[in-house]
Design a protein around this ligand. Structure first.
Ligand SMILES: [Fe+2]
Length: 290
């Protein structure tokens, strides 16, 4: 197995409700977040960072952020790696700053964050527009991103934001896009950006902007059906999903991890090692320099 230099966990759109409240579609979103984090802690994966791509809460109230924090904080303390949070259209800047980012200023300015993990740079942008569901990046956000990217990071940059800079394939998503994605593309072109991580559409999708891969992992709270049956305008299904992003020296791969799945088989470590050894033995050696 190739060893990734970095493994990031991405969790999107948890939409945490008030204590004791389920989402209007019936999902207990705090339970879904607990499940996601439990699956992460029970796995063999030790991430370098955990990234949340927005819509952390349903209504952006301090109580909802406190509930979010009560679920996430103990896990962050045990894993002892950076946790980063992007603002979504359901979030509130002042409340999120106050409860999650340790900034009690009450500022409603867009949030711009840079997190460094060894040689990897993670830039978290704020694409939210207060009171609106569509997204945009202010000239100041783009200026700050441009200034940050002017100096390459040793292992490149991961850009994180809520609204994906991609075309939309469903009518509702098309009505709440990131405006002027070309403006972001112009800043990313030729930079050391290795992947853009977004959320918002509640679907697992991949695309590209200015040659940089763009990925949305799907959501925790609800999933939009990209093949809705005829006669149904839009459909939400329960398919909570998170993602792992593995960055290698020469490549990056994003992998969706469905949480609510039926188990088909478990293989113990020895059986797995035997299978790997047999298949490895059949694999021709890579040419030198290949
Ligand atoms: Fe959302």
């Amino acid at each position: 197995m190739d060893d990734p230099r970095y493994t990031l966990i991405q969790i999107s759109d948890p939409h945490i409700e008030d204590p004791g409240t389920r989402q209007r579609y019936g999902t207990d979103t705090a339970e879904a977040l607990e499940l996601a984090l439990r699956r992460l802690e029970e796995s063999t994966v030790r991430p370098d960072a955990v990234l949340f791509t927005g819509d952390l809460t349903e209504d952006g109230t301090p109580a909802q952020y406190r509930r979010f924090r009560s679920v996430v904080e103990p896990v962050a303390a045990r894993l002892a790696v950076p946790f980063a949070y992007a603002m979504g259209n359901h979030d509130d800047r002042a409340a999120m700053r106050g409860v999650l980012l340790g900034d009690g200023s009450g500022s409603t300015d867009p949030v711009f964050q840079v997190v460094r993990v060894h040689g990897l740079r993670i830039v978290v942008l704020d694409s939210s527009v207060p009171g609106r569901a569509y997204g945009e990046l202010s000239p100041d956000q783009l200026d700050r991103l441009r200034a940050e990217l002017a100096e390459p990071a040793p292992d490149g940059t991961v850009v994180v934001l809520h609204h994906p800079p991609l075309p939309a394939v469903l009518p509702v998503a098309a009505a709440i896009p990131l405006r002027d994605r070309a403006g972001l593309g112009a800043v990313l072109a030729g930079s050391d950006a290795r992947i853009v991580l977004a959320g918002h559409t509640h679907m697992t999708s991949a695309g590209a902007l200015a040659g940089v891969p763009v990925w949305t992992p799907g959501a925790l709270a609800s999933t939009a059906d990209a093949l809705p049956p005829a006669g149904v305008g839009s459909r939400l299904v329960a398919a909570p999903t998170v993602a792992r992003i593995d960055l290698f020296a020469d490549s990056v791969i994003a992998t969706a991890v469905p949480l609510d799945r039926g188990l088909i088989a478990d293989f113990d470590g020895e059986a797995t090692a035997r299978t790997v050894a047999r298949l490895r033995a059949e694999l021709p050696a890579e040419p030198v320099g290949g």
